[in-house]
Design a protein around this ligand. Structure first.
Ligand SMILES: [Zn+2]
Length: 413
């Protein structure tokens, strides 16, 4: 940390300008204390890190903060200086006794107070959530910026995302989510937009980088929205799912799906054409959509006689036990959408592609059987046909944040 206090409570900050000799003198004569827990702290004046204070090894602070790596110290310092250079009122590591939290940076813009957290190391989702709630409770707007060291790219549009990182998203006005990163080495912000998960840990997203020198506060608060055609990439992912050799060490979910398909004499690579799409709100279920949608199609919907009305509750009751025993898992996100919206989104999609029909009484009817491909090549052909004939429009709507049809389905729950 950059701040400590003297015995009389005066704060001393390494974010201010100091000469090394002055600090060495001070260190001899004075004692420094942690502003939060009041225990004695040491002033570290090494050459490998920025000058900072540290608790003694056996002293654990009352507030859990992230381990002060050089990367974290540097980033915090650069963001602080950058905000200061914009003539804003900025505070470094201000301790907030009411909520017992100490945001990395606190700043005021017009009438709004912002609590900025620069997060470089992993943190429990629950702790992150409770910190966010703490700031909101004090009327502050939290901004979580992830360390650039956390950005893991796997392909031109493919990234890993840890579950806690979903709690650092912010929303555009149209509710589309984005993530913010900052790299103190590159001195730039990165924004990931159009977050489109395709497994519990991987997402498709678009990447915008902007250097600190070209950024103003507005860049951070309201990054410009970019739209890239990401949806073609989804076909590549489906291809991968179809050509992918079965995992020799399958997960609980994979084992469950394998035996389900085996019972129905379907090769795993030939999972239904109608399953495995990024339908509205599908991201609320963190298991891959090709898994839970295949399950719902084969174990619930295909069992419904053709043209016989049934309620969406049937599907909800069908999947519920498998959520309870973690065959399928939910994604914890920083909004209060209920996972049943994912089921509604899937139904909405099945209506659009003509597999289901919604009755005037808000029931559904199955109009046909799921398409059964005989070979992987044939399945891929069907995937493409479905995609280009119907899906392009549906998925574009989703990316543009429109949820047409969902409101009418919602009242059905
Ligand atoms: Zn402390």
């Amino acid at each position: 940390m950059f701040n400590a206090k003297f015995a009389d409570g005066t704060i001393i900050s390494m974010a201010d300008q100091w000469h090394i000799d002055e600090l060495k003198e001070l260190r001899k004569k004075r004692t420094f204390f942690c502003p939060a827990c009041h225990s004695q702290v040491q002033l570290k004046l090494g050459t490998s890190k920025l000058w900072h204070f540290a608790h003694q090894a056996n002293n654990i602070c009352i507030i859990q903060t992230e381990k002060e790596t050089l990367y974290h110290l540097k980033g915090k310092r650069k963001l602080y200086d950058w905000l200061k250079s914009q003539k804003l009122k900025v505070g470094m590591e201000v301790y907030l006794p009411l909520i017992r939290q100490r945001p990395d940076i606190l700043f005021r813009n017009q009438n709004t107070l912002y609590a900025l957290e620069f997060q470089c190391s992993p943190i429990e989702s629950t702790l992150l959530k409770s910190r966010t709630e703490g700031y909101l409770q004090l009327g502050m707007v939290p901004i979580w910026i992830l360390g650039g060291n956390r950005l893991k790219r796997h392909g031109p549009h493919s990234y890993s995302l840890k579950s806690f990182e979903w709690h650092t998203t912010r929303n555009f006005i149209d509710q589309q989510q984005f993530l913010t990163y900052f790299c103190p080495e590159q001195e730039s912000f990165v924004f990931l937009q159009q977050l489109t998960p395709y497994s519990s840990t991987r997402i498709l997203a678009t990447y915008q980088e902007i250097s600190l020198t070209n950024s103003s506060l507005n860049t951070l608060l309201n990054p410009s929205k970019h739209y890239t055609q990401l949806l073609d990439k989804w076909l590549t992912i489906r291809k991968h799912w179809r050509y992918h050799q079965p995992n020799p060490y399958p997960s609980k979910t994979e084992k469950f799906l394998q035996s389900l398909l085996y019972r129905r004499r379907i090769a795993p690579s030939l999972f239904p054409i109608e399953a495995g799409w990024p339908t509205n709100h599908y991201e609320l279920i963190s298991s891959a959509p090709c898994h839970w949608q295949t399950y719902l199609l084969l174990e619930c919907l295909e069992n419904q006689p053709l043209y016989q009305p049934f309620s969406i509750h049937l599907a909800i009751h069908c999947i519920q036990p498998y959520l309870n025993n973690n065959i399928f898992t939910l994604r914890s996100m920083n909004d209060d959408r209920h996972w049943t919206l994912a089921i509604m989104g899937f139904f909405h999609f099945l209506v659009k592609i003509g597999y289901l029909e919604q009755t005037p009484k808000r029931y559904f009817k199955r109009l046909k059987n799921a398409i059964a491909a005989k070979t992987v090549d044939e399945a891929i052909q069907y995937d493409q046909t479905l995609y280009y004939n119907t899906l392009v429009t549906i998925m574009r709507e989703r990316n543009e944040g429109k949820n047409k049809g969902i409101s009418s389905l919602k009242s059905n729950i």
